[in-house]
Write a protein that binds this ligand. Structure first.
Ligand SMILES: Cc1ncc(COP(=O)(O)O)c(C=O)c1O
Length: 388
């Protein structure tokens, strides 16, 4: 007899803890949880989209891969041919298209742990098996997390067809060492394994050297994902892109077509303008975020939970609170206590994989007094609750 309900694939998808912890928030809660900047959209983008929408005579679909103008704008920005680009509904849709389009039933896909929770969930819904590869936990308290090429290669089997990379990393803020990245990409090429590189935080680098996967000499074919959510504070406009070898991109367009038809047309117009003022706009954001990062590091100085070297990119501090696991049984419990006692929201490490237990993600996406006050409360809480 047929039973009605969720498919096994849908039922296997776990809701993201980044969202679920928000259920405990109060109107007064200081939100250091969500990776969403509070900064305004650049005036040029506001004006261009307002002008485009003020008549509102037409709101057409664009070609599936994007309007010719938007495709060209992304291609110029990235330094590829327009045929190598699809405009997507955020990086999130790009991830879905890449995984549904490249993952065979039962294939193993290597994903980072700690890592963005969409990766294993989308692999499962694509019919694949997510296999975690560890980022190496800090040796010294609060130190940087490291990608090890060997740790990834050790997990390759004859079923492995894809490796997901993310740098700068959410949640760790780390950037792959260029030597390790090269070694890994060469190993993948030798074995005929494709990569997907999520580089959505590529504009926010505070130390170290960031090397986009597609620019690594000796790398084989793969897909790069990025977009406007983080760089231009256009989270709700849902605009991202995927870039890859034109043959592969051509093969993925029908899937994107049947999923969403095209990225939102007004957002594609915004992208053309945003990318035309990209350097100035991002330079301004960088200077704001850099001050917030420095304030955050200073506020938590001396607790042994974070170093400047660890906070290398993106806008997260991944606090090393392993010593606090003498007081709390999990970091989820610790985050709940922080919310209850100090009214500050952070994301527990468990939300990013088993390797992240003993860590808390703090986003410095808000500024001013709330950021300062929130960090002081985190400090007070850590001092009060540290076990002996
Ligand atoms: C690593 C990573 N990838 C993808 C996304 C989703 O980005 P978008 O808003 O472009 O869908 C996020 C959002 O937080 C992210 O942190």
């Amino acid at each position: 007899m047929k039973t009605f309900g969720l498919s096994a694939r849908a039922a296997a998808i776990q809701p993201s803890m980044i969202r679920s912890v928000r259920a405990g928030m109060r109107p007064t809660t200081i939100d250091l949880g969500l990776g969403q900047t509070d900064l305004p959209v650049t005036q040029a983008v506001v004006e261009a989209t307002r002008d485009a929408l003020s008549g509102f005579l037409r709101a057409p679909y664009t070609p599936n891969a994007g309007s010719p103008e938007a495709r060209r704008a992304v291609a110029t920005h990235v330094g590829v041919d327009p045929e190598a680009v699809i405009l997507t509904c955020g990086v999130q849709e790009g991830l879905a298209v890449a995984l549904y389009g490249l993952c065979e039933e039962g294939a193993e896909v290597l994903v980072p742990d700690p890592g963005f929770p969409a990766y294993p969930n989308l692999v499962r819904s694509a019919g694949g098996r997510p296999i975690s590869y560890p980022l190496r936990a800090p040796q010294a308290p609060g130190g940087p997390w490291r990608l090890s090429a060997q740790d990834v290669v050790d997990r390759i089997t004859d079923k492995t067809t894809l490796v997901v990379l993310n740098q700068p990393s959410n949640p760790t803020g780390s950037i792959a060492d260029p030597g390790e990245l090269k070694e890994l990409l060469e190993a993948l090429k030798q074995r005929g394994i494709l990569w997907i590189s999520d580089e959505i935080y590529e504009d926010y680098l505070w130390s170290g050297q960031f090397c986009p996967a597609r620019q690594v000499s000796g790398a084989g074919p793969g897909i790069t994902l990025s977009g406007l959510s983080k760089s231009h504070h256009l989270m709700g406009w849902r605009l991202g892109w995927m870039v890859g070898p034109p043959d592969l991109i051509r093969g993925l367009i029908p899937l994107h077509q049947h999923l969403v038809t095209c990225a939102p047309e007004p957002a594609q117009r915004a992208a053309v303008v945003a990318l035309s003022v990209h350097e100035e706009a991002v330079a301004e954001t960088r200077s704001v975020l850099k001050k917030r990062r420095d304030l955050a590091l200073e506020s938590l100085d001396g607790l042994g939970v974070i170093t400047a070297e660890a906070a290398a990119g993106a806008f997260y501090l991944f606090l090393d609170v392993r010593p606090w696991l003498k007081t709390f049984s999990t970091t989820a419990e610790m985050a709940r206590a922080l919310l209850a006692e100090e009214d500050v929201l952070v994301i527990p490490g468990e939300g990013f994989g088993e390797g992240a237990l003993g860590h808390l993600r703090v986003a410095y996406t808000i500024g001013g007094d709330p950021l300062e006050e929130g960090l002081q409360r985190v400090r007070r809480f850590l001092q009060r609750t540290r076990g002996e």
